[in-house]
Design a protein around this ligand. Structure first.
Ligand code: GUN
Length: 295
């Protein structure tokens, strides 16, 4: 078993981003600027947004975290998004998901200017991604591609099985792995809660991407010997033994599956760190205007 080491790869790519950000700042007199909107007090979301902000500072970006009480209305949130869309000092905008039930995430996603949509969730970015046109790619799948690329893993012609069809990970991952790109060129199966014989499907995978949000869901009897296993799960459980008060588990039973896999990502220290890298790369591209130009 070889480890796909998110710590190592993310540190290396962040060093490159830092240098590019410094060059951008030297040229323009300003830093790339990411705004993250956080609604409510979800524990996971608080941790993720804090980490995104911290990493922006680390690579020399400006970052702003705007927080709202869970009671904010959809109209108020949209008004703020429109203000940010029109602000030329802001390059990228993300609204952390999940949102409270009274706010429609699709309405919010479409309210964001697609040229600042560094999450790559806007239908224009998704459509362009599917057509293999320049666009913002959702951060987690982007990070996974960067990881595969770093280790020189040849994905062409391989069978990839994605477990979970979320808008954030599973669905875009399935599109990206099927594209005529490198990494890519896989034969992709997208499995979900209604899939028959899930075990048989996952057993076909030369590459398995687990993104369902269930602790240790992918077990050793579901994985083909020699498979490349990407674990997207970040499942938090309370643990009095740790400093933070919780412990993280992936969607893959790492102990057992690592005995069979040729490559595997750990949790923590795998995909989560690469998601941040994907977001930072998108923010830098937004600032430079490499995809959509700058107005
Ligand atoms: N919630 C879980 N992952 C993500 C992400 O990549 N972006 C946003 N905005 N919310 C998330």
């Amino acid at each position: 078993m070889n480890l796909l080491d998110g710590k190592l790869v993310s540190a290396k790519i962040k060093e490159d981003i830092k240098q590019e950000a410094a060059a951008f700042t030297a040229e323009t007199g300003r830093k790339p600027h990411l705004v993250a909107i956080l609604v409510g007090n979800d524990g996971g979301s608080e941790t993720y947004v804090a980490s995104k902000m911290r990493n922006c500072e680390l690579v020399g970006f400006e970052s702003t975290n705007i927080r709202y009480d869970v009671t904010i209305s959809e109209a108020e949130l949209i008004a703020k998004i429109q203000e940010i869309n029109a602000d030329p000092t802001i390059d990228g905008l993300i609204v952390q998901l999940p949102l409270p039930k009274h706010i429609n995430p699709d309405t919010i996603t479409e309210a964001i200017d697609y040229r600042k949509d560094v999450d790559g969730f806007h239908p224009i970015n998704l459509g362009r991604m599917q057509r293999n046109l320049p666009c913002f790619i959702p951060a987690t799948p982007y990070g996974i591609l960067l990881m595969l690329d770093h280790y020189g893993i040849d994905t062409a012609g391989k069978k990839a099985v994605v477990v979970g069809r979320s808008n954030i990970v599973g669905s875009p991952m399935s599109i990206l792995l099927a594209r005529n790109t490198n990494p890519g060129n896989c034969t992709v199966t997208l499995t979900h809660s209604r899939t028959h014989n899930l075990q048989e499907e996952v057993l076909q995978g030369d590459i398995v991407v687990a993104a369902i949000g269930k602790k240790n869901f992918v077990t050793a009897d579901m994985v083909k010997p020699g498979a490349i296993v990407i674990d997207v799960g970040i499942n938090r459980e309370d643990s009095p033994a740790t400093k933070s008060g919780f412990k993280l588990y992936g969607d893959v039973d790492f102990e057992a599956v690592s005995q069979k896999a040729s490559w595997i990502t750990p949790v923590p220290g795998g995909v989560g760190l690469m998601t941040i890298v994907g977001l930072l790369k998108n923010t830098l591209e937004a600032a430079k205007g490499t995809i959509y130009g700058r107005s």
